[in-house]
Design a protein around this ligand. Structure first.
Ligand code: HPA
Length: 269
């Protein structure tokens, strides 16, 4: 089946389940999926029950699609995303963003855990731009003209207006929100210290294994984007060792502020 047919089939399926006309898509990264538990009047679907949908495998990702009301907005939240390093094709990694667009979302809020280059554990960072070091591009293949152009402009992939709202809201809440460039790799290994030094020189402030493919697809289809990184560790070479347990642990510590911030932002977008 063509990608376009799959998108339509899945969107129709979700609509028939009552997941109609969401305003915002939420992509919740490692350990940040709890926000979806706060959705009211929720309709919840296991990924396994959704046609054409991928399956999520990594620790800390639940694998549920949650639709309903959050902070007075209609949201469609991914509790657990698909990573390229799990062996998912880019089409699967970015499929939920396509479906969000097809269902009528105008914006997506994309979150992740990331290693900090300069920034340290516990920092929340609004993503101002990204560098694609995955060596991949999710738009390779036949262009979906219904969604966007063959050669989409990425100059404003991260919507300045959303970021302004995020900073204003963070200040009101007394939550520190930094800004920076997210550099996306495929993983699953963490970077070498030499890679991180190179990325620093390229202008990156955070490095992670997600987000870039989803944002490319979002920008292609004209979706507005807010990206927020939760920095869980200093990137390789700036601390003695890296492990997933620390990423999960630090995420647990930041998630209170993270949830408060995201809800307050949603209410204001
Ligand atoms: N590198 C890549 N991805 C990450 C990191 C990191 O240091 N921390 C959390 N996700």
């Amino acid at each position: 089946m063509s990608l376009l047919r799959k998108i339509k089939e899945t969107a129709d399926f979700l609509k028939a389940k009552g997941m109609d006309a969401p305003e915002f898509g939420l992509i919740l990264g490692s350990g940040l999926g709890e926000l979806a538990d706060e959705v009211e009047n929720a309709i919840v679907m296991d990924y396994a029950d959704i046609p054409n949908w991928g399956q999520s495998t990594v620790v800390g990702h639940a694998g549920k699609l949650v639709y309903g009301d959050l902070a007075g907005r209609k949201v469609l939240a991914l509790q657990g995303r698909f990573h390229f390093y799990e062996g998912n094709p880019m089409e699967v990694v970015t499929f939920p963003v396509r479906v969000m667009k097809a269902l009528g979302c105008t914006g997506v809020l994309v979150t992740n855990a990331a290693g900090g280059i300069g920034y340290g554990p516990g920092t929340l960072m609004a993503i101002s731009d990204h560098i694609n070091m995955t060596g991949q591009n999710p738009l390779i293949g036949e262009n979906l003209d219904e969604f966007g152009p063959r050669f989409p402009d990425m100059s404003d992939a991260y919507t300045a207006q959303y970021r302004q709202v995020a900073h204003r809201v963070a200040e009101d809440l007394g939550i520190k929100l930094d800004t920076g460039v997210y550099l996306g790799v495929t993983g699953p290994c963490y970077e070498t210290p030499a890679e991180i030094l190179a990325y620093k020189g390229m202008g990156a402030h955070a490095v992670g294994m997600s987000t870039v493919p989803e944002v490319i697809v979002a920008a292609h289809s004209g979706l507005k984007v807010l990206g927020i990184s939760a920095i869980t560790n200093f990137a390789a070479g700036f601390q003695s060792e890296l492990n997933h347990e620390e990423v999960v642990e630090v995420t647990q510590q930041i998630k209170g502020d993270f949830k408060r911030l995201l809800k307050a932002i949603l209410a204001e977008l």
